[in-house]
Ligand binder design. Structure first.
Ligand code: PLP
Length: 234
């Protein structure tokens, strides 16, 4: 099932890239495996997936040692400062940095471990009450503040668009995030790169790719529905 789903998602990603006049290699497909057992991740790995997204620290630190070491792990969920220390040096990117205090903690741990961490700034592009992330207006200031911290490299922006049946509903938010990334890039801030635009999930990744996404985060479309409550066994 996972292999078939991946084929469909892969074809859809390729078609969206083509429609947008972009190369397929410009977009990284991140398989969002939260709540899913190791056997599902192993199946996706065998089908060629090397980028996995998780949203909980505990799940990440359980899964990382159990799977091949060439996997790139993406922390895409809200991160508490007291848990930062568990993932530094283990994840290839943290997509969900939305405060200076969190960035300072990441910086401190990275320096302690003599490493550097790639991060994205999470932006609440639709201004939803329930979502984490800074506003479009606050983002440039936060980027400037974080840019000067040691051990941390800003690589771009991330957003979680509203849940919707119609991906077109989210086009304007993706466009705003792209515009913000261009605006920040133009400021030429030291230690800030805006190459990554992490946007688009199962319901709207086609439109996100058309609007410039370089990472799409697809869970349900690859692994099927998630069941919360009684956690799946690892
Ligand atoms: C769960 C999750 C996804 C994947 O959502 P799907 O709709 O299942 O594709 C993407 N991004 C984040 C931040 C998530 O938490």
């Amino acid at each position: 099932m996972i292999r078939e789903n991946l084929n469909i998602v892969e074809q859809t990603v390729a078609a969206s890239c083509k429609k947008a006049g972009r190369g397929r290699e410009e977009v990284t497909l991140i398989a969002v495996s939260k709540t899913k057992p190791l056997s599902d991740l192993q199946e996706a790995y065998e089908a060629g997936v090397r980028d996995f997204g998780e949203n909980k620290v505990q799940e990440l630190i359980d899964k990382i040692p159990a799977l091949p070491s060439d996997i790139r792990w993406h922390m895409i969920g809200h991160l508490q400062r007291n848990k930062v220390k568990y993932i530094i040096g283990k994840v290839s990117m943290i997509h969900s940095v939305d405060s200076l205090r969190l960035a300072e903690e990441i910086s401190k741990e990275a320096v302690r471990k003599d490493t550097a961490v790639d991060i994205l700034i999470e932006v609440n592009a639709a201004g939803e009450e329930s979502k984490y992330g800074v506003t479009l207006e606050e983002a440039p200031k936060l980027v400037r503040q974080i840019a000067s911290l040691p051990g941390i490299h800003i690589k771009g922006l991330m957003t979680i668009a509203p849940f919707t049946e119609n991906p077109e509903d989210n086009r304007s938010f993706f466009r705003k995030l792209m515009q913000l990334s261009v605006d920040i890039e133009r400021k030429n801030i030291d230690n800030v790169d805006m190459a990554v635009l992490s946007m688009g999930m199962t319901g709207d990744y086609t439109v996100a790719i058309e609007e410039g996404a370089t990472c799409v985060r697809v869970g349900t479309g690859i692994f099927g529905e998630r069941h919360y409550g009684s956690p799946d066994k690892l």
